[in-house]
Ligand binder design. Structure first.
Ligand code: BGC
Ligand code: ZN
Length: 364
């Protein structure tokens, strides 16, 4: 069985031959249909991130997957033929969150992540997994189900924001109408966050380095958000016109950006950091001003990573809502599809209209 691998910390990506996975007693055999490529994969390919399984040289890449169940163990609710999204993280087995299906909050750091840290990912024709980590996909969202993993990370982040803002009990949090949100970074995570915040009625500005005349910008505007080119507009200037942003989602992965953006927060505002910087970066900051604003304006900045099966299920519901409200825009996110053997082209693809790249193992 051929699999697409990396050899961290060496940069590069290649195909190697390996044996077919053996299904354990409690495991399901799943055929891979599609695997998405995101910023984390690109970092791993650059050699900046990623760890192979203990004792092995290679790591099979890929953590955003859509598959179809081929073989089932004796028991379990999933049936052969079911579409599934595997989750990414596998718990440490020691801490309370990991023992209760919430390894996204693992305390020990001994968790593993498929395709990222210590476990092979999904860029191979077959994989095995236990039911706990396979989330059944409703067939009516099949077309966009490869977006579930990034959507689930956005769901967790927005849920956490809303939970933390319960510190302001007078606020009507069901709808985010009139709340001003800034999404920094418009990779798949930033885009899923944009869809999510728009579907909750927030006023959304999404910034990234793309020019205004690209498809990404056009689809952001079409869903009633605004796209800004961060090469041309300084978010701090922008924040002045808005009296600051109530919510900021930072998903650029550029380490200096969050320090800059704290100054764009509104009074009582909240910023969630989602990007994982690759390279080591030091920056000089105006510490006194940042701290003063944060204290005097009751602001919150927090980090948020990963997602669990509950967030995947919620992401499925949101994807259905997005499909109803913004069908064309949502489908356009999936801008580049490649037969998996063309993975090298997929990883090399550049250009202003590249939004989401997906490797395809099997069409329906
Ligand atoms: C994945 C998360 C993962 C994180 C850190 C992200 O790209 O979507 O599931 O926890 O990387 O490794
Ligand atoms: Zn744990």
């Amino acid at each position: 069985m051929e699999r697409i691998v990396v050899e961290p910390p060496k940069p590069g990506i290649k195909l190697v031959e390996g044996s077919e996975p053996a299904r354990g007693r409690e495991e399901f055999l799943v055929e891979t249909l599609e695997v998405g490529i995101d910023g984390t994969d690109l970092e791993i390919v650059r050699g900046e991130y990623g760890t192979p399984p203990t004792g092995e040289d290679y790591l099979t890449l890929g953590h955003e997957a859509l598959g179809r169940v081929l073989e089932v163990p004796g028991k379990g609710g999933l049936q052969a033929g079911d579409l599934v999204n595997p989750t990414v993280r596998r718990g440490c087995g020691l801490c309370v969150p990991c023992k209760t299906g919430q390894s996204d909050f693992c305390f020990t750091g001994l968790f593993k992540e498929r395709g990222i840290k210590g476990l092979h990912g999904f860029m191979s024709p077959l994989f095995v997994e236990t039911e706990e980590y396979l989330v059944r996909v409703p067939p009516d969202i099949r077309e966009v189900a490869i977006l579930t993993e990034p959507a689930s990370v956005a769901v967790k982040a927005v849920n956490q924001v809303l939970k933390i803002q319960e510190r302001m009990p007078w606020r009507e949090e069901k709808s985010l109408g009139e709340k001003k949100a800034l999404v920094a970074g418009a990779g798949s995570l930033g885009l899923m966050a944009t869809f999510l915040l728009r579907s909750l009625e927030a006023e959304v500005i999404t910034m990234d380095r793309s020019p205004d005349d690209c498809r990404k910008s056009e689809l952001i505007e079409a869903m009633g958000a605004h796209h800004l080119n961060s090469m041309e507009v300084d978010p701090l200037e922008l924040a002045k016109d808005f009296d600051g942003f109530d919510i900021i989602l930072e998903a650029t992965g550029a380490a200096r950006v969050p320090f800059h953006l704290t100054r764009a927060l509104a009074t009582n505002g909240i910023m969630v950091l989602l990007g994982v910087p690759g390279r080591r970066v030091s920056v000089e900051v105006e510490a006194s001003e940042i701290v003063k604003d944060m204290v005097l304006e009751n602001q919150v900045v927090f980090g948020c990573v990963n997602s669990n099966a509950t967030h995947f299920r919620e992401a499925h519901k949101y994807l259905k809502t997005f499909l109803e409200r913004y069908p064309r825009e949502l489908k356009e996110v999936l801008s580049h599809r490649y037969p998996w053997r063309e993975f090298e082209n997929a990883f090399e693809e550049r250009g202003k209209d590249v939004i989401k790249r997906v490797l395809v193992w099997q069409e329906d």
